[in-house]
Design a protein around this ligand. Sequence first.
Ligand SMILES: Cc1cc2nc3c(=O)[nH]c(=O)nc-3n(C[C@H](O)[C@H](O)[C@H](O)COP(=O)(O)OP(=O)(O)OC[C@H]3O[C@@H](n4cnc5c(N)ncnc54)[C@H](O)[C@@H]3O)c2cc1C
Ligand SMILES: NC(=O)c1ccc[n+]([C@@H]2O[C@H](COP(=O)([O-])OP(=O)(O)OC[C@H]3O[C@@H](n4cnc5c(N)ncnc54)[C@H](O)[C@@H]3O)[C@@H](O)[C@H]2O)c1
Length: 470
Amino acid sequence: MQRIGTDLCVIGAGSGGLSVAAGAAQMGARVVLLEGGEMGGDCLNYGCVPSKALIAAAKHAHAMGAGAPFGVTPVTPQVDYAAAKDHVRAAIDTIAPVDSQERFEGLGVRVIRDYGRFVSEREVQAGEHVIRARRFVIATGSSPFVPPIPGLEDVPYHTNETIWDLRERPGHLLIVGGGPIGMEMAQAHARLGCKVTVIEGDKALGKDDPEAAALVLERLRGEGVEIVEGVQAERVSGQAGAIAVEAGGARHTGSHLLIAVGRKANIARLDLDRAGVKHDRAVEVDARLRTANRRVYAVGDVAGGLQFTHVAGYHGGLVIRPILFGLPATAKTAHLPWATYTDPELAQVGLTEAQARERHGDAVTVARFDYAENDRAVAERKTDGFIKVMVVKGRPVGATIVGAEAANLIGLWSLAIANRLKMSAIAAMVAPYPTLGELNKRAAGAYFTPKLFESPAVKRVVGLVQRWLP
Ligand SMILES: Cc1cc2nc3c(=O)[nH]c(=O)nc-3n(C[C@H](O)[C@H](O)[C@H](O)COP(=O)(O)OP(=O)(O)OC[C@H]3O[C@@H](n4cnc5c(N)ncnc54)[C@H](O)[C@@H]3O)c2cc1C
Ligand SMILES: NC(=O)c1ccc[n+]([C@@H]2O[C@H](COP(=O)([O-])OP(=O)(O)OC[C@H]3O[C@@H](n4cnc5c(N)ncnc54)[C@H](O)[C@@H]3O)[C@@H](O)[C@H]2O)c1
């Protein structure tokens, strides 16, 4: 057994752990980083990167059949599904060096490729090493939750960890779960030529604004994706190539099955009780991301809040302050955006309209602008969509965008909320013409329109000034 003494031990080399390790090492701390699986974690290997790469391939396939309104004869694309998966692999391989053991060792981090578990309040064991550290950061992420559906264990199924290795194109992909994973994969596979059925126990994209989600679902249905809502998958049967899912009294049959019903925090291997770290289904943290053990922090998916790469990165940046400098830092959530990369994209930051009305009642004004009124959207035939901004006392408290480039557009509202900017600051911005970026400015304009153009007081003032102006 080799004993190592260090300032900081980071457990998990995904989006959160890598942010902490890179920042701390570059600022002079001695850092040990443990990773039991692949460097880069879920996002690089099984999540964001492969999903966005497959979506990109699907977008190309879709475009080949969608040129008619532009005067371009549609053709049925010849999809080589295995080659699309090669593209997915290439995207992962291109990004992998940034998250690699070599790069982190180059930054001065000691990387140990093994799973870690607490053996005391101050020590973690990983293989042949026992690491005693001043501070620990748990950044072990999450894994696909596989529900105990009768029959599932006897049938071949995929999760987000295995679907990227599938090289034969599914004839008919059954997807259980209509959250972001389910819907992104549904549209991508439909566009790559698969028949797709989504079985959703409640409402598909149910965590998002219902009006915006409905627009996405309408598009997916229009592209041939069958979406069955309000029915739980109750039983699974069959074998490779012929699988049946029974749900709500109906039997859905397909060739392949993807389970996408949410995540479970990776805490089972950690022996958290040995460290006095409280946990339920995730590690319990306070607003400063501290656990019940004052030497131990938790960041990212394992901390049980919003489960996104940029949130794990944000957490990582935050905990460096107390760990390195002893300064307090509180995690805020109001400005954290998320996006679902369907076409149209669906993005949210802060409160939805329903949440804003519940919290602020009549004090909320909803400023809205439609893509159909944006000239660039018209030129590109991307007119499906809208932006809604929830405003209280002149400041945005939330924004919902559904439509082309929604994920890019939402960033401005995160900036506004993070810095408590007023709507006047967004209205003062000048966006180049013609861009989708104008949508943000026009939404701010829509907030002021009734105040300026429908106000008798403003009309009276203008009338008065005009009488006296030389
Ligand atoms: C299909 C899919 C698509 C997604 N798309 C997006 C997207 O577009 N945008 C977005 O923001 N988010 C997306 N996400 C979510 C995103 O991947 C996660 O929020 C993010 O990876 C969380 O980072 P993390 O550092 O908390 O955990 P992870 O990235 O999961 O990293 C945790 C690491 O810890 C390791 N580990 C676990 N236990 C131990 C242990 N005991 N000892 C040592 N190592 C351990 C694991 O092997 C893993 O490498 C997607 C997720 C999925 C599944
Ligand atoms: N674009 C992105 O940023 C992105 C993409 C994919 C995933 N993610 C992250 O990964 C997380 C997990 O995604 P997800 O889609 O697996 O989870 P999710 O929890 O968001 O959605 C799962 C869905 O499955 C349904 N469900 C649960 N049990 C069911 C059953 N037995 N039968 C039918 N339906 C059932 C739920 O009602 C829910 O709508 C997301 O919440 C998000 O944080 C992000």
